[in-house]
Design a protein around this ligand. Structure first.
Ligand SMILES: CC(C)(COP(=O)(O)OP(=O)(O)OC[C@H]1O[C@@H](n2cnc3c(N)ncnc32)[C@H](O)[C@@H]1OP(=O)(O)O)[C@@H](O)C(=O)NCCC(=O)NCCS
Length: 344
């Protein structure tokens, strides 16, 4: 394996103080060939460690030439394209997976996730929020919020309307990469840094945060919170929720195994194993008291839901007569998921 963690060359946007607002990397590399680094180290003054640098036109041309001569055609072709950039060009070399130290480094890590080069929860994103400025994402690109009013006025004077699509630290993923084999009905609902697996459909009501996602195939009509990963063949029904760990005190990282179903408007605050179903409208939290039933419907024991975390073949429902939350063996999960595959 390469001695380096990642390398990418791209272009981005800066504010008037030359601070980065965002960066776009068309071809991020995981564990790049060491020669990609050594062939340009002198030119970009790379001394080792994790490093990001803005390159001038002459340096970009030199990097392109060095890579071509070293036989890295694909990487060279991206560098050649960047020679024409009217936007600042940036090179990031990550010797190791440390906490990011700059905006371009943080963006590279988000790209690695959305390009499916790394899985959610597998890389170090500590301190990332402080490195991601809150930005106006407009039809004319990223604009610093302090400079927005002036840009809006200038656009109007020019007979144009500057449309602000969102004000956020994260842009939408599809403006940076559209991974193969996905359908995303409303692209604004998937942030850069989401990992959307092959065969995933995200309907209008679905949402996927950064450092979260699906293995695919799957059907997502509810929310995938930061840190949550959804296994193959699982279905998150309309308005369903997976509990996040970013706010509200929850600290269990939620995941769903394969062939699970979160019914419409249901939710989970515990990780689920394979072939689990939560009845429509039922929200299971870690402390929810659950009556475990045997195959005859007799009560076996009462447990807190966290004790059932990650177990397979469970069906959770709220008894519509007694109001208690029950857990049974899930007998219909396979059937549900055959349907899912057929329609995906
Ligand atoms: C929980 C769920 C999976 C159960 O469905 P199911 O396994 O097909 O079960 P059934 O509806 O056939 O019910 C089986 C039995 O359990 C009973 N039952 C079902 N839900 C019950 C409840 N909440 N309380 C008490 N009894 C219940 C039924 O009356 C039936 O009883 P019977 O054997 O005496 O006839 C289903 O109700 C559900 O919520 N599906 C989610 C679908 C969804 O939201 N998809 C996403 C769309 S966006």
């Amino acid at each position: 394996m390469s001695q380096y963690f990642s390398l990418a060359i791209g272009c981005g946007s800066q504010n008037r103080d030359d601070q980065w607002l965002e960066a776009f990397f068309p071809n991020p590399l995981l564990h790049p060939d060491a020669d990609l680094v050594s062939s340009i180290a002198d030119e970009v003054d790379y001394q080792g460690g994790n490093f990001s640098v803005e390159l001038n036109h002459r340096q970009v041309a030199k990097v392109a030439r060095e890579w071509r001569e070293a036989g890295f055609e694909r990487e060279a072709s991206y560098a050649i394209a960047l020679q024409e950039s009217s936007r600042p060009v940036v090179l990031v070399i990550l010797a190791s997976d440390e906490a990011p130290q700059s905006t371009p480094e943080a963006y590279l890590k988000l790209h690695l996730l959305s390009h499916r080069l790394v899985k959610p929860n597998s890389i170090n994103l500590s301190g990332m929020y402080a490195l991601l400025p809150n930005v106006a994402w407009t039809n004319e690109g990223a604009i610093d919020l302090d400079e927005l009013a002036e840009h809006q006025l200038m656009a109007r004077l020019d007979g144009r309307i500057l449309s602000v699509n969102s004000v956020d630290k994260f842009p939408k993923m599809t403006d940076y990469v559209v991974p193969e084999g996905v359908r995303i009905a409303d692209s604004a609902r998937v942030r850069l840094g989401a990992y959307i697996g092959d065969g995933t459909t995200i309907m209008h009501e679905g949402f996927c945060n950064f450092n979260a996602g699906t293995e695919g195939p799957g059907m997502i009509e509810g929310r995938i919170s930061a840190g949550v990963f959804v296994g193959k063949g699982s279905d998150i029904g309309g308005g369903a929720s997976t509990m996040g760990t970013l706010s509200g005190g929850g600290n269990i990282v939620i995941s769903l195994g394969e062939n699970c179903l979160l019914g419409a408007n249901s939710g989970t605050g515990i990780p689920l194993g394979d072939r689990c179903t939560i009845e429509s409208g039922l929200y299971i939290t870690a402390g929810t008291k659950v009556e475990v039933l045997d195959d005859q419907g007799n009560s076996v024991e009462t447990v807190k839901a966290r004790q059932l975390a990650s177990q397979h073949d469970l069906l959770f429902r709220r008894n519509s007569q007694s109001g208690r939350v029950e857990c049974l063996t899930n007998k219909s999960a396979t059937q549900l998921n055959e349907d899912l595959h057929k329609h995906n």
